[in-house]
Design a protein around this ligand. Structure first.
Ligand SMILES: Nc1ncnc2c1ncn2[C@@H]1O[C@H](COP(=O)(O)OP(=O)(O)OP(=O)(O)O)[C@@H](O)[C@H]1O
Length: 657
């Protein structure tokens, strides 16, 4: 049915935006929206008002109604003069002039002239001043070095990408809820520690190369016993050769016990897991001791991990420590739930049917469980993110905010990683409450216990050379490749050559992934070929050798990959294959990382020149990815983020296809 514009099918008026605007702004011409199928030429609005018989003028209704024809000024003056004459009013023109009138008129004219000149003078001065400012700025710009100009441009770029929302739930952001004080706990350091002077504390930190930032930083404590950790856990750790805390633990654990939000950065294999799990176990123990949990209660805290493998590993660690507590007979049993894709929750119904103290989760499954109300966060007060830079970066940021929205009270937030670029650190600092930053070594630096060997291997020679390379050390060995198909090809080749190899990558089923990890961890298989999945946080026993078959674009990934060896004070080797397919910038990142770690730089890598040095610029780490070989303007991670963002916008624009 054809309808008149402005009318709906029931004869009523359609209050489109256009009509509403016309009502409120009668003098403004408003374009009516065109029906999608019509062009401008086709569209002739039908009006309900009766038109005048005159031909339409090319103006809008309002102009039409109020139209006053233009009369030149001179003509208007003449008409006014004629009108006054007809009323018998004598104008100045025919009135006899007195000398006094002439003087007054002259004076007025002079004044007017003076005012006009003054105005012109002022305008000229303003113009000159503006020109002066412009010239000065141009001169200043000309004086700036290329370095200064580039730095300015990069600062602008950094500022532009900084504009992300605070890491808090939408509700907290909307209601402007922000907490100013850290969480209160009952834990106190022993008296001899409390009595230390700040200088004494600094000396201890210096001894362990611990850098700290923040207000009222809790003191470092050099023994687990002095941290007041329950004896059964201390004994259990001893059985695992964990006798004294590592640097991240001796500063991180007291800070977490004191209820502080933490940004914890320490190299791969330095014991971060214990640093964030122990405080949660202690909190859960305290709550359980006060009032035992029953079905439907808990959790007290959650640990978020970016991958299923890492979640599973952390869950197993917590299970062992809680088991040690319960087996002592002196402490209650604490229940921990693993919440991740790929496992059925019915498998864990025995835990769900009791009170839950701790949840270890990947974001997606956790959100799903919370939405289904399988448990809630009414009593949850501890949120830790492992590999936090990965969690905050890219895809997981919104999931994390979503998870935060299930908290109904203040929480203690802890972020841990071996790599934490400045951009993420700044962002985290803004989002946490009075955070303590604990930094052991440069964020993103390689573990010094890993001997890094970089070899030039032609693309076509890689596979054959791999076999030779495997001879460098006894097993276990991990081989990393960036490409899933390549992972499969390498495994197939090794199997053909009689090497016991398993493979793991994102396209494998959960069972296949679990089988591969189990077989490798138990020593049943000598070699694991992996894509990025296995690089972050996985703790395999005594890996002797990591072979990086294809160098990752992002240097952070390289740091995590070589970090699968040389863990908990042991040494290991990492061999990396590069060739002319490796981007120059990646090579430069690698070169600086080797130099920083005091490793041998092979001649072909040493010859890669840094264009920034030719421009007279200094070498500073990229704030987005921490790479030392490039600046923010050509950061591969930023490019990747932008590509993904654009792709997701395109998906949204096309309704997800
Ligand atoms: N105080 C300690 N003394 C000796 N070994 C320890 C100590 N704390 C932890 N470990 C052991 O060190 C290994 C590495 O620990 P963990 O996995 O926590 O490292 P990480 O810092 O999280 O590494 P990544 O950054 O790769 O995740 C583990 O096997 C752990 O049992």
């Amino acid at each position: 049915m054809m309808m008149e514009s402005g009318q709906n099918e029931f004869g009523g008026i359609n209050y489109s935006r256009a009509t509403l605007q016309q009502d409120s702004e009668p003098t403004t011409r408003v374009e009516s929206p065109l029906p999608l199928s019509m062009s401008d030429d086709e569209y002739r609005p039908k009006r309900r008002r009766v038109r005048s018989p005159q031909p339409p003028k090319p103006v809008s209704d309002e102009e039409d109604d109020n139209y006053v024809p233009y009369v030149p000024v001179a003509q208007r003056r003449e008409e006014k003069f004629a009108k006054l004459q007809s009323w018998g009013v004598r104008s100045g023109r025919d009135r006899p002039r007195k000398p006094q009138d002439d003087a007054e008129e002259k004076e007025a004219e002079l004044k007017e002239e003076e005012l006009r000149r003054e105005k012109a003078r002022r305008e000229r001065t303003l113009l000159l001043e503006a020109q002066d400012v412009h010239k000065k700025k141009a001169a200043e710009d000309a004086k700036k070095t290329v370095e200064e100009k580039t730095e300015e441009a990069e600062a602008e770029l950094l500022e532009a990408i900084k504009s992300r929302r605070k890491l808090a739930s939408d509700m907290e952001l909307a209601k402007g809820i922000s907490y100013s004080e850290s969480m209160k706990t009952n834990w106190r350091p022993p008296k001899f520690v409390r009595d230390r002077t700040p200088e004494e504390n600094d000396k201890i930190r210096e001894k362990y190369h611990i850098l700290v930032e923040g207000d009222d930083i809790p003191p470092p404590i050099e023994s687990f016993r002095d941290m007041k950790i329950p004896q059964p856990i201390v004994d259990y750790m001893k059985s695992k050769k964990i006798t004294s805390p590592t640097p991240i633990q001796l500063q991180g654990i007291p800070a977490a016990f004191a209820g502080r939000d933490i940004i914890g950065i320490a190299f791969t294999g330095s014991g971060k897991t214990l640093a964030f799990c122990l405080p949660l176990i202690m909190t859960a123990l305290e709550e359980e001791t006060k009032l035992p949990f029953v079905q439907g209660e808990g959790p007290v805290g959650i640990i978020l991990c970016p991958s299923r493998e890492l979640a599973n590993q952390t869950f197993e660690n917590i299970g062992e420590w809680c088991g040690a507590l319960a087996q002592s007979g002196k402490y209650p049993q604490l229940n921990c739930l693993l919440c991740m894709g790929g496992i059925s929750m019915s498998e864990q119904s025995h835990t769900l049917n009791k009170g839950i103290h701790i949840v270890v989760a990947t974001p997606g499954r956790l959100i799903d469980m919370l939405e289904k109300k399988r448990f809630n966060f009414n009593n949850c007060k501890y949120l830790c993110m492992d590999e936090a830079d990965r969690m905050i970066d890219l895809g997981f940021e919104d999931d994390v905010r979503n998870i935060m929205s299930f908290f109904t009270r203040q929480r203690q937030t802890l972020l841990f990683s071996a790599t934490m670029p400045r951009k993420i650190q700044d962002f985290a600092r803004e989002s946490l409450i009075k955070p303590v930053l604990v930094n052991v070594g440069r964020a993103g630096a390689a573990n010094l216990d890993v001997l890094q060997v970089v070899e030039y291997v032609k693309q076509e020679a890689k596979m054959v050379y791999l076999l030779e390379c495997l001879q460098k050390t006894p097993p276990p060995v991990i081989i990393f490749s960036e490409n899933k198909n390549e992972v499969d090809d390498i495994q197939e080749y090794l199997l053909l050559k009689g090497v016991e190899a398993v493979a793991i990558h994102g396209s494998k089923t959960q069972e296949e992934r679990q089988y591969a990890i189990k077989a490798f961890k138990s020593g049943a298989k000598d070699v694991m070929v992996a894509s990025g999945v296995a690089s972050k946080g996985l703790d395999f026993n005594d890996i002797q050798h990591v072979i990086i078959y294809s160098m990752p674009k992002e240097i952070e990934d390289y740091v995590h990959q070589i970090g699968r060896t040389g863990r908990s004070g042991k040494t290991g080797i990492a061999t990396t294959f590069v060739n002319m397919n490796t981007p120059e910038q990646t090579l430069l990142d690698l070169k600086y990382l080797l130099l920083e770690a005091g490793q041998k730089v092979p001649p072909f890598l040493a010859s890669v020149e840094d264009p920034r040095l030719a421009q007279g610029r200094s070498v500073t780490g990229c704030p987005v990815c921490g790479g030392l070989g490039h600046s923010i303007s050509n950061c591969p991670k930023l490019e990747d983020t932008q590509r993904r963002t654009m792709a997701s916008h395109r998906m949204e624009d096309t309704g997800g296809y």
